[in-house]
Design a binder for this molecule. Structure first.
Ligand code: ARG
Length: 482
């Protein structure tokens, strides 16, 4: 049965609590300065104000529907919260003395509407409030990150499309292994971003679970319609257990893991590009506007962009480890330890918001030295092709591997490239080897002959099978704007 609401008594009858305090009635002394300095989270959580205002407005509606607020009070609070939002947008949080963002919003609401502000917190706790605000904030942050990831992925694909005909050595263990296309290398860094976007989308579903209505731990004392709250705030589902919902930060851990893996992917891309910008490789050159100089060495063109991208992955991992370490000893429900989650989560998103646009810009603008890349192809990279040709001549692969190994040894001993070992010498190792040497064909033939190209998509493989084109489709769809 809805309660019979009564309008708020005049302030003289019920003075509002001290300006920026939500608790304290049971103490004779206010908090010690040292405690206050430790306890205050406003310097970190002030950025949740848009979510706090939105969730408070939804809560006002919900309280109105169960008769805790009169229509007039509901109207006053909604208007007041809008004005609070305007004041916060104008910078009212800067230098504010409050304990946290929730206290700040409530204080400003008192200033706007007077004593009726004291009804807003009915049936609600900062425990369900902060979990709601942070989830709401995370949903928006994931969407922005997703856009930045897609932009980097598309930049890699765009560069790959120009790099289909550029060949270079592919490396394993840092050693030249087989010839590949530059496009192929770039796409090997684009695919992880597709998976990152999938992982974030999956985590996002679990972030979008509404804790509001959980109270401090045992549910709200008022029968608010949580499904309506969910709809109003754009959540997908409502949490089932209030004790769990107020203490659950799995979503922070899960999202921080997804961010850490993004950071790891960027770090690997960066490590490869730092190597390729060195004079020893000289495969790529950063544009002037994405290069940095040295204060001492006038000639330097430093790849700080990629060194920092590489380093930031350590910081992201630190955020994840700090969060998990904070969570692991906690009983169910809210403990103040959980206040530490926000600095870590914000840092993760802020870090990637810095790195991703810079990496995208640098990749879009870097120039490629196709001749240097091609010049790094040496004949030893044909060894596997020779072994495969022997297999076609009926030699078991294990044997052909050993035979080509002997040919490599012979080439090294006599100081000639692998494909220039004289026919009779090759035939002396195995009769089919001389024929295999003469069938080697071009670097392009070598690259075309291997199925690994499938992942390059329709562009690379002329007359490619549909399954190859579907790889390309998956990649471009995986990087499309949402
Ligand atoms: N500032 C707090 C946080 O970020 C809000 C919740 C405080 N709850 C409490 N029971 N003291 O976690």
């Amino acid at each position: 049965m809805p309660r019979q609401p009564t309008d708020t008594p005049a302030p003289s009858q019920a003075p509002p609590p001290p300006a920026h305090q939500m608790w304290g009635g049971r103490f004779t002394l206010g908090p010690n300065e040292a405690l206050d300095a430790l306890n205050r989270s406003l310097p970190v959580d002030h950025r949740l104000w848009p979510q706090d205002v939105a969730a408070s407005k939804a809560w006002v509606h919900a309280l109105g529907r169960v008769g805790v607020l009169t229509p007039n009070e509901e109207h006053q609070l909604l208007e007041g919260l809008d004005r609070v939002g305007e004041r916060l947008a104008d910078g009212a949080a800067v230098g504010a003395p409050d304990e946290d963002v929730h206290t700040l919003v409530e204080r400003l609401l008192f200033a706007e509407v007077g004593a009726v502000a004291g009804k807003l917190h009915t049936g609600r706790s900062r425990n369900d409030q902060v979990a709601t605000d942070l989830r709401l904030w995370t949903l928006g942050a994931i969407d922005q990150l997703d856009r930045d990831l897609a932009a980097l992925g598309r930049a890699l694909v765009a560069r790959a499309e120009e790099g289909v005909d550029v060949l270079l050595p592919g490396y394993t263990h840092g050693q030249r292994a087989q010839p590949v296309r530059w496009a192929y290398v770039l796409l090997a860094h684009a695919w992880p971003l597709v998976r990152d976007r999938q992982r974030l989308a999956d985590a996002r579903r679990r972030v979008a679970e509404l804790p509001l209505g959980s109270g401090a731990l045992a549910g709200s004392g008022f029968a608010v319609d949580r499904v309506l709250l969910k709809e109003a705030l754009g959540f997908r589902s409502v949490s089932a257990n209030a004790l769990d919902a107020t203490g659950d930060r799995d979503f922070v851990a899960e999202v921080l893991f997804a961010l850490t893996l993004v950071g790891t992917h960027l770090s690997r891309l960066a490590a490869e590009l730092v190597l390729y910008t060195s004079a020893e490789f000289g495969f790529v050159r950063l544009s002037d506007d994405f290069s940095t100089g040295s204060s001492l060495l006038p000639h330097k063109r430093n790849p700080d962009i990629f060194e920092l991208a590489r380093a930031k992955s350590g910081r992201l991992l630190g955020d994840l480890v700090a969060l998990l370490t904070t969570l692991k000893g906690l009983p169910a429900g809210y403990s103040k330890d959980l206040q530490e989650d926000k600095a870590l989560l914000f840092d993760g998103f802020d870090t990637l918001a810095l790195v991703l646009p810079a990496a995208t810009g640098a990749i879009t603008a870097l120039s490629v030295d196709a001749e240097r890349m091609r010049a790094a192809l040496d004949a030893s990279l044909r060894a596997t092709d020779l072994a495969d040709l022997l297999v076609e001549a009926g030699v078991p692969f294990r044997e052909s591997h050993g035979l080509v190994g002997r040919l490599v040894r012979e080439a090294e001993r006599s100081g000639v490239p692998l494909d220039r070992v004289p026919g009779p010498v090759a035939a002396g190792i195995h009769p089919a080897l001389a024929a295999a040497l003469s069938q080697l064909g071009t670097w392009e033939d070598s690259v075309e002959s291997r199925r690994g190209l499938a992942t390059l998509g329709g562009r690379a493989a002329r007359g490619a099978a549909p399954c190859i084109r579907s790889g390309w489709r998956d990649l471009t769809q995986g990087l499309a704007a949402r």
